[in-house]
Design a protein around this ligand. Structure first.
Ligand SMILES: C[C@@H](C(=O)O)C(=O)SCCNC(=O)CCNC(=O)[C@H](O)C(C)(C)COP(=O)(O)OP(=O)(O)OC[C@H]1O[C@@H](n2cnc3c(N)ncnc32)[C@H](O)[C@@H]1OP(=O)(O)O
Ligand SMILES: [Co+2]
Length: 134
């Protein structure tokens, strides 16, 4: 399996519009697109930075993973996403090596990516998203 780049850094925020003031007005980044991903109970905004992106995530439900993360840890970096060449192969590779996948099958990711999360207990405290995007 091959990691091609850091696809994006996922940041949990309470309020997307409030947060954008910092990322656009102060940092000068631009919003490439926004999308609601029902399956993950999130509304996301993508802001490209060079060859990678910042993904801002606001929860659409109090029982979603982003709402739970903010409740326990507060706003901040929630995951890092690595772009892989082949998601099925990457999942198989991780399982064979004994690493714990949250998703054993690819799920829908923003922009039509195919994604799979690894358990942070298995990846030394970091929630890792594997992502294949054409
Ligand atoms: C739209 C899409 C895209 O890019 O296309 C996205 O990114 S969606 C992004 C949002 N979606 C997701 O995050 C989906 C995958 N996430 C999940 O399934 C969940 O959030 C888990 C990661 C399994 C955590 O679930 P839950 O909060 O119920 O479990 P928990 O609180 O018992 O956590 C178990 C242990 O993991 C730790 N833990 C929880 N969330 C963590 C995180 N983000 N980073 C690092 N560690 C984390 C907790 O502190 C705890 O450790 P201790 O036991 O030491 O206290
Ligand atoms: Co993500």
């Amino acid at each position: 399996m091959k990691v091609l780049k850091v696809d994006h850094i996922g940041i949990a925020v309470k309020n997307l519009d409030e947060t954008l003031k910092f990322y656009t007005d102060a940092l000068g980044l631009e919003v490439e697109g926004t999308e609601t991903v029902e399956e993950q109970k999130v509304k996301v905004a993508f802001l490209p930075v060079g060859d990678t992106e910042v993904e801002l995530l606001e929860s659409t439900s109090p029982d979603g993973p982003i709402a739970k993360f903010i409740e326990k840890k507060g706003e901040g970096i929630q995951h890092i996403a690595f772009k892989v060449e082949n998601i099925e192969e990457a999942i198989k590779h991780m399982k064979e090596k004994g690493f714990r996948m949250i998703d054993e099958k690819p799920r829908y990711g923003a922009g039509g990516a195919q994604i799979a999360f690894m358990h942070p207990k298995s990846s030394h405290g970091v929630l890792v998203e594997l992502s294949e995007r054409k």
